[in-house]
Design a protein around this ligand. Structure first.
Ligand SMILES: [Zn+2]
Length: 66
């Protein structure tokens, strides 16, 4: 049951451009440009996200992208 609650909360946090782990606004996170024009965003808590400037969306980084 707990798992079913976590996913929507994480999706909501990401839609608010906040880290799903600590809630820190991702605009404050460290960014590095990637070859495919997206940005790798590393939160202070160590979680890594990918920002796509085209869609203006954040998502969790895949394991191979870290
Ligand atoms: Zn964080």
């Amino acid at each position: 049951m707990f798992k079913n609650i976590i996913a929507p909360v994480q999706a909501w946090l990401l839609s608010q451009e906040r880290c799903v782990g600590c809630g820190t606004p991702l605009e404050k996170a460290k960014r590095t440009k990637r070859k495919d024009k997206t940005e790798k965003v590393t939160c202070q808590c160590g979680r890594i996200f990918i920002y796509d400037p085209k869609t203006k969306n954040y998502r969790r980084a895949l394991f191979k992208e870290v």
